[in-house]
Design a protein around this ligand. Structure first.
Ligand code: FES
Ligand SMILES: [Fe+2]
Length: 364
């Protein structure tokens, strides 16, 4: 079948601006883990649809605001994450949990009244959680996170609640449009050539796809089944884990987050954040499973965690290499592109993207 997204969608600046408004502005965007904001004043920052956003634990509640000071527009939280009150670094305005600037140095020198102060409230956005995942929605509409995630809500909840020890955080800049990076993860057609010594050895196969709303899941057996002798030693410490599958699952949380697991023993969540039409930020977390009983980490587990970290870093470096090659090629491609059945999830991703981009023309 013909690809739906033609080459210009991967490099034209004007299309990039449109998609940021129509897709990222209106989606529930997964931005991190609830466990990253467990203490008062823990925060993380991101950019959605070109708007700087801060999520912050404010007295136990997770709030999302535009990360722009209402005095004279400095960014308020300047680091990707940390623990710090909501205080602007420029002149020191500090904001409460409603986004009101209640702490203003030299306040008598300003003219505004108490009522006018309310107009200086930070723009606030909707926040919702599903299991251990944090989502933000910029659009002011009635779509709940449950509606948005459709049939995958319960799955995402169960999988993300099974995250245990954090094994690695791997962040890198990829010189490719975010859709090239996402699409790369949605098909296993490239595994034989790109992941020769890594992913290919797992022995994934098949076309077992499930779709709900704009999200998609691929489930596959692996070369070794759960009870196979070859993997028993490694699997033994994780025998009583909360989430078990006999193979590998890979889920796209539309538009830009990938959640995968191998046997329910290891987990990966990757965030592909658009930076510009030709640059993306890729941030990936690797976990081993939460265990039902807490025991000291054994030597077998430590060796397994190290191999997981190496494996994931190699796989993502391989994907980065080829995505950057696609970004170079796409600028002069005279073709629309072709998709096989193995690339069905790419096709559905493109359909969802294109439908959102072309609907509600008048709204923005
Ligand atoms: S710009 Fe934030 S306090 Fe002045
Ligand atoms: Fe890959």
């Amino acid at each position: 079948m013909k690809a739906i997204i033609t080459p210009k969608y991967y490099f034209e600046q004007s299309l990039f601006s449109q998609e940021q408004k129509k897709i990222f502005h209106d989606s529930w965007v997964c931005v991190g883990l609830t466990s990253e904001l467990s203490d008062n004043n823990d925060f993380l920052t991101t950019v959605i649809a070109d708007i700087p956003v801060v999520l912050q634990n404010m007295k136990g509640q997770i709030k999302a605001f535009q990360n722009v000071c209402s005095h004279r527009f400095s960014i308020i939280q300047t680091e990707p994450k940390g623990n710090r009150p909501m205080v602007c670094p420029y002149h020191g305005w500090s904001y409460n949990e409603e986004g009101l600037p209640l702490g203003i140095p030299k306040k008598p020198l300003f003219e505004f009244s108490k009522e006018e102060l309310h107009c200086l409230k930070l723009v606030e956005y909707s926040v919702a959680t599903c299991g251990n995942l944090l989502f933000v929605k910029l659009a002011n509409n009635d779509v709940t996170l449950e509606d948005y995630l459709g049939n995958f809500y319960a799955y995402i909840e169960e999988v993300s609640n099974s995250f245990g020890r954090l094994v690695d955080v791997n962040e890198m800049k990829i010189e490719a449009n975010w859709k090239i990076v996402v699409e790369n993860t949605l098909e296993s057609y490239h595994v034989n050539l790109i992941h020769t010594d890594t992913f290919r050895k797992l022995g994934t196969s098949g076309l077992d796809f499930q779709f709900s709303k704009s999200h998609s899941l691929w489930s596959t057996d692996l070369k070794y089944a759960e009870d196979d002798k070859a993997v028993q030693v490694v699997h033994k410490p994780y025998k009583n884990r909360p989430f078990k599958i006999n193979g590998y699952n890979h889920l796209l949380i539309f538009p830009n987050v990938l959640l995968s697991t191998t046997y329910g023993i290891s987990f990966n969540i990757s965030f592909v954040t658009p930076v510009s039409e030709a640059v993306s930020n890729f941030k990936s977390y690797v976990f081993t499973t939460r265990k039902n009983e807490e025991k000291k980490t054994s030597a077998v587990e430590e060796a397994y965690e190290n191999s997981l970290k190496d494996f994931n870093r190699k796989v993502f470096a391989e994907d980065k290499f080829i995505c950057e090659k696609v970004q170079i090629g796409v600028r002069s491609a005279p073709y629309s592109g072709e998709l096989s059945e193995e690339e069905m999830r790419v096709c559905k991703f493109q359909q969802s993207y294109y439908n959102l981009l072309t609907q509600n023309e008048s709204l923005h």
